[in-house]
Design a binder for this molecule. Sequence first.
Ligand code: ADP
Ligand code: MG
Length: 259
Amino acid sequence: MASIRISDLSKIYPGPRPVRALDQVDLDVAEGEFIALLGPSGCGKSTLLNILAGFEPLTEGSVLFDGERIGKAGPDRGVVFQEAALFPWLTVFENVTFGPRVQGVSKNVYDAAAREILALVGLADFAGSYPSQLSGGMRQRVGIARVLVMKPRALLMDEPFGALDAQTRLTMQELLLEVWQRLKVTVVFVTHDIDEAILLADRVCVMSARPARIARQIPIALERPRSIENLLSPEFSAYKADIMHEMRTAHGQGLVAAE
Ligand code: ADP
Ligand code: MG
């Protein structure tokens, strides 16, 4: 059974001038799969992710999560945005354990889980630091650790590395590959960066111009485990050429969605 099954999903933002953001989107995501949703700004990526997260109601169609209709946001779906909204007055450790503490998880359980996750994201030595003492990449690692500690069944990521400099971004992509390789959690990853989509995903879903549909799905057969070295391979370039062509077809020469 697909862990996420999106059928005939449409979204219209109501208002004096209603905006049709999604048009009959169909997409199945298998358990443990890593999916990239790729498309330029404004095409409807965040809308789709926010519906999966339970932040936005859908207009038509259905979304099943492990066979059940998705309800409101919950810890089973961990969401990571471009900026991790951390509590500045709490340490890294306190930020990461905030969720389990609120949920009433016992201290010895969440303590051990948090230590393990912090080690996994390379922050073991920064448990006592405050967000203001961290770089942007490190804050994003805390953001990822904070959702992973809740043991989500799916990780929903909306351009999570979009605000980072190029070098940090590569480091974070490798970190995410390692984390996913270890935990095998289902990931839906939104990006407008073709390289990032190919490097990370099992399948790249190219979205059409708004109202978005899935224009094409491209399985990425690059061997795993992957690293940024994969960016240099001829197979990678072949995928890139194919996807660039698809993006041009779907969005025009400028790669900008029509407003
Ligand atoms: P992306 O994440 O691909 O940049 P979005 O999903 O944010 O795209 O937006 C898709 C379209 O829906 C855009 O035209 C945007 O202006 C519109 N939109 C997004 N959120 C709202 C909202 N809350 N109300 C009305 N229109 C919205
Ligand atoms: Mg967006």
